[in-house]
Structures are given as structure tokens and as C-alpha cells.
Write a protein that binds this ligand. Structure first.
Ligand SMILES: *Cc1c(COP(=O)(O)O)cnc(C)c1O
Length: 352
């Protein structure tokens, strides 16, 4: 219906109430645990008009049917719930640790066999896909920023009848549209770039198939990981500026990645060439990374990512982070500040 519009226009124009005199421009926040009898919704866990705006926007941007959740992990949990008890899952060796732990929990309970692969090894992932029920891709990955060849892996998975899921949190549908590459399901932590202001947790599952979307919606109703109406409002508010935030943050990240390659303290720069995330590994090891993280003034030392403010952290400070991540790896989330101010603060902190 909106295929003639550019994504930068869609993020502004979609998900709005009908244009009627004195109608609200924005989808209002509806605080309701229950509704007057006689309608299709009835109860707050079944539906809320505030969710519709977010689901309309994300569904259109990705090209499928979107279902909003209370967090990115609630969204991934719902996608995983589609699997049979004896399912075989292919998963990246290094990916968002919460998703990895969801798989490990199923595996420990004897409800899944998980095969962990290097997602940059397309031949190995494609071979593993041949015996899988679900291939879970995160691309780029958190925090190593590995990129998967979704189209080639998707082709192998389709032949084998395996579902391909892509966690599109780092790319957003403005930089990567997994359905066009053969994916079946897309999940987002809307907490990050979509909402964009580090003030809300929200998640989304998008499917290409309407029946599958209905199953995901039923899972949300039954298990209750429903997003708060205020959270959804803030997420939609954030998405309105996604295109301009991305444009600025990407330009900053490109410049910083180039300068970091020449910084004497930096041993390795992981930057996929697009997006707003950079990971660096230092010659000075984890101690050097901790010193740098504690020395920044403008950059914020914190976890999470995708906000307007630039932030960084040493990922292995979290015991749950994969041991395949270098001890010194600093994950940088690049924001929309002036790039010279960002460089001045970061380069000085790296010298500390
Ligand atoms: C943060 C994150 C998640 C989890 O999202 P929450 O909103 O924190 O539950 C999942 N995947 C990726 C890639 C993430 O960065």
C-alpha cells in the first residue's frame, strides 16, 4: 500500500490515526486493562490501540506482519516458541547473550539440540542448516559485528525446510530487509535504535506469514509479555526520527572507525562498513579497556546501545558474555553528537 514511499518518509508518515477533523495526529496512549463488552478485544492482554501504530510501521518497513512485545528477549522467546520440543537449532557462536541463554536453557531441559556456528563461514552454516529446524542469525552480531550472508544461508535453509530468523536490531529495516534475503522471521530489540533514546524497553517479531503472526500473537496473549502503552508510544515517537538519527550516527561511526584504525592503542577495529556500532580490541588488554571506559567524559560508560548519546563498555565485564569475545573488546555505540567532540574524548581516553 505504501510501496511508493521511501523508508525515510514511512518512519514519519505511517502508524497514524485517520485524518478526521480534530482527530489526534499521533496515536494516543490508551491506558486500559479492560474494555466495554461487545468488541473483539475485551481485555488489555489481548490488545491495545497503542500497539497498532508500532505494528503498522514495523510490519510495513520489514514487509510482513509485526507483533509488539515488552522487550527484545520477549520477542525472541516468542519466535523460539514456534519450535517443536525435539527441534535442532543453528545459532551463532557469538551473539546477544540473552538469546544464547534462552537456547541453552531449552537445551539443558532436553528440549532442543543447538549447533553453534561461525556465521561468517557461509558454507558451514549452510551445511548445518540442512539438518536444522531453525537457523537463528543475528547480523551484524552483538558484540563482534560479524555479518552473515543471509541470502545464501536462507537458500540452503529453505531447501531443508528450516525457518530462518534474523535478529535485525543492529541494522534496522532501514539498512537491511531480511525478508528480501529469504528470512522467515525478523526480531528486534526496539529498545535500541528503533526507540533510540535509552528510555524504554520494547521488542517486535515480524513474520512473512499471516498464520505464523497469529501464533506469535497468541503466544503473547497466553504468556503475557505485552508491551506497556507508554513504552510503545515512546518507541513510535523514537522511530519518527530514525532515518535522520541513523544518517548522522552512521556518518560519525564511519569517520571514527577510520580514525581508530590509526590509533596506537587499538589492535583491531571491528566495523562492518555500515551501521552505528564499532567494536575495538586494544593492545593494552582488559585493564587498558577498563581504564579507557573509566576515562571518558562525553561518551557514556554503560551497557545497551542505539541511543542518541554515544556510549561504550567492555563486554567481558559481564560474566554471561561469550568467551569467544576478546577480553579487551570495547563495544562502541555511536550517537549523533559532533564527531570532533566524540573523537577528542575517545582518543584521549584510549591514551589513558
Ligand atoms: C539488546 C538486544 C536484545 C535484547 O533486547 P531487550 O530489549 O534488552 O530484551 C536482543 N538482540 C540484540 C542484538 C540486542 O542488542
Amino acid at each position: 500500500m505504501h510501496n511508493d514511499l521511501a523508508a525515510a518518509t514511512k518512519v514519519v508518515a505511517l502508524g497514524r490515526p485517520p485524518r478526521v477533523p480534530d482527530g489526534s495526529l499521533n496515536q494516543p496512549v490508551t491506558f486500559a486493562s479492560t474494555y466495554h463488552a461487545g468488541g473483539p478485544t475485551g481485555y488489555g492482554r489481548e490488545g491495545n490501540p497503542s500497539w497498532q501504530a508500532l505494528e503498522d510501521i514495523l510490519g510495513d518497513l520489514e514487509g510482513g506482519f509485526a507483533v509488539a512485545f515488552s522487550s527484545g528477549l520477549a520477542a525472541s522467546s516468542a519466535a523460539i516458541s514456534l519450535l517443536r520440543e525435539d527441534a535442532v537449532i543453528v545459532q551463532p557462536i557469538s551473539a546477544y547473550h540473552g538469546v544464547t541463554e534462552q537456547f541453552a536453557e531449552r537445551e539443558a531441559a532436553g528440549r532442543t539440540t543447538v549447533q553453534r556456528v561461525d556465521i561468517t563461514d557461509t558454507a558451514a552454516v549452510s551445511a548445518a542448516a540442512g539438518a536444522a529446524d531453525m537457523v537463528w542469525l543475528e547480523s551484524p552480531t552483538n558484540p563482534k559485528l560479524d555479518v552473515a550472508d543471509i541470502a545464501t544461508i536462507g537458500g540452503a535453509a529453505r531447501e531443508a525446510g528450516a525457518l530462518v530468523v534474523v535478529d535485525n536490531t543492529f541494522a534496522t529495516p532501514l539498512l537491511q530487509r531480511p525478508f528480501e534475503l529469504g528470512a522467515d522471521i525478523v526480531v528486534h530489540s526496539a529498545t535500541k535504535l528503533l526507540a533510540g533514546h535509552s528510555d524504554v524497553q520494547c521488542g517486535v517479531v515480524v513474520t512473512r506469514d499471516a498464520t505464523m503472526a497469529e501464533k506469535i500473537r497468541e503466544h503473547r496473549t497466553l504468556h503475557g509479555a505485552i508491551p506497556g502503552p507508554m513504552e510503545v508510544y515512546l518507541t513510535v515517537r523514537g522511530i519518527r526520527t530514525l532515518a535522520v538519527r541513523l544518517e548522522r550516527a552512521q556518518a560519525n561511526a564511519r569517520e571514527l572507525a577510520a580514525r581508530l584504525r590509526d590509533h596506537l592503542a587499538v589492535r583491531l577495529v571491528r566495523y562492518p562498513g555500515f551501521g552505528t556500532m564499532i567494536a575495538i580490541e586494544l593492545h593494552t588488554g582488559p585493564e587498558g579497556s577498563d581504564r579507557a571506559a573509566e576515562s571518558v567524559n562525553l561518551w557514556v560508560h554503560m551497557t545497551s546501545l542505539g541511543g542518541v548519546e554515544s556510549s561504550l563498555e567492555r563486554r567481558r565485564r559481564w560474566p554471561a558474555e561469550s568467551t569467544t569475545v576478546d577480553e579487551s573488546l570495547l563495544r562502541l555505540s555511536v550517537g549523533i553528537e559532533d564527531v570532533e567532540d566524540l573523537w577528542a574524548d575517545l582518543s584521549k581516553a584510549l591514551e589513558a
